[in-house]
Design a protein around this ligand. Structure first.
Ligand code: ACO
Length: 329
């Protein structure tokens, strides 16, 4: 699916992020599994990640991120009419985390539901919220992306525990008087889904006692997929919007692995200093990755009015998605 934004301009007017306090370094990981800081840094660029406390669930991470985004947008939660959470680690399958979060925030008039698209969840949710607003079904939306992936990792599997971390980010979307979002591209390839799966988590099989309740990943296949779609999806949305790669001021790829991100930036021809990188400090936070990186870029003064911002996510499904926007400040 690909398209140029139509109708009334819609943009991000508030951004927030939250990560748990506990830092787990590569050295600490090497006391749990057979790995070491040198291997992890060389293969992934990840130095440390945040891990949720046992009592912290998805909505505990989503809530402070959502509150920060609403505060930045100077918006009362009661004025929201749409609330979407993109996550593969909701507090529980139902009630949805979106409904729970809406209740805690006091978003009593909001339609609220969860959306599953692996690590691309935030991008999918962003496009859905945009589409609902462009169609006139919603005026003000809150989109949260986040995960507590530490809960679904096999902590004896060195090939996955080194990659992931916990975190959440949130954005408020509103109608504005300047362009904001310019276009989107989303895709899915279920044939490759087997390379990144949580086999024992649904109606085909629920059996977390056997190890099927943990993430299964074919790292090499995911690596090949990721390096391919980060480039093809970005090129597709740029072309559809009539923009060129030289116009991109801020590039926010999914924070999966520095090698994957560097490869994509080089292949696209985006100078590294225009790319936002925080995977070194948080690892791959799944649906939290892009809003967390956006919030950090904003805090560092890197998002200026008029900047062309390109975001591309990818993940389980396999899925991918890009958005191009002009930052509206
Ligand atoms: N520490 C030390 N050694 C390790 C570790 C580890 N944590 N993990 C694997 N190794 C070993 C392997 O056993 C192998 O040893 P061998 O040569 O003796 O057999 C060797 O290191 C090389 O293993 P590879 O799997 O070939 O390593 P590769 O260079 O492919 O890097 C990695 C592995 C980092 C997982 C890479 O494939 C990758 O980043 N893939 C993409 C993963 C990803 O991004 N997933 C999520 C994306 S989607 C989403 O966000 C949900």
């Amino acid at each position: 699916m690909i398209g140029k934004a139509q109708g009334a301009p819609i943009s991000i007017t508030g951004l927030g992020a939250y990560v748990p306090n506990r830092i787990v370094t590569n050295d600490e990981l090497s006391t749990m599994v057979d790995t070491n800081d040198e291997w992890i840094m060389e293969r992934t660029g990840i130095r440390e990640r945040r891990i949720a406390a046992p009592e912290e669930a998805f909505t505990d991470l989503a809530l402070p991120a959502a509150r920060a985004a609403l505060a930045q947008a100077s918006m009362d939660a009661a004025d929201l009419d749409l609330l979407l959470c993109a996550t593969v680690t909701p507090d529980m399958m139902f009630p949805t985390s979106s409904a729970l979060l809406a209740d805690t925030l006091g978003a009593k008039d909001a339609a609220a539901y969860d959306l599953l698209a692996g690590c691309t969840g935030f991008m999918y949710a962003l496009v859905q919220a945009y589409g609902m607003m462009a169609a006139g079904l919603a005026e003000r939306a809150l989109v949260v992306g986040g995960d507590v992936l530490s809960r679904i990792l096999d902590w004896t599997d060195r090939s996955t525990v080194v990659l992931f971390g916990d975190g959440a980010g949130a954005v408020v979307l509103e109608k504005v008087d300047k362009p904001g979002f310019l276009g989107f591209e989303l895709g899915a390839d279920g044939a490759g889904g087997i390379h990144l799966s949580l086999p024992g988590s649904g109606s085909r099989r629920i059996d977390d006692a056997t190890g099927n309740g943990f993430v299964h990943m074919n790292g090499r296949e995911v690596f090949k997929f990721a390096t391919r779609v980060l480039v093809s999806s970005a090129e597709a949305v740029l072309e559809r919007c009539g923009a060129s790669v030289e116009d991109v001021d801020v590039y926010v790829p999914h924070q999966a692995n520095v090698r994957i991100m560097d490869h994509a930036a080089a292949k696209l021809g985006i100078p590294r200093e225009r790319m936002v990188v925080n995977v070194d400090r948080y690892g791959n936070t799944s649906s939290g990755s892009i809003p967390l990186a956006l919030a950090e870029a904003q805090a560092a003064g890197r998002l200026k009015e008029g900047d062309l911002v390109l975001m591309t996510g990818m993940g389980a499904g396999l899925t991918w998605g890009s958005a191009l926007m002009e930052w509206t400040g």
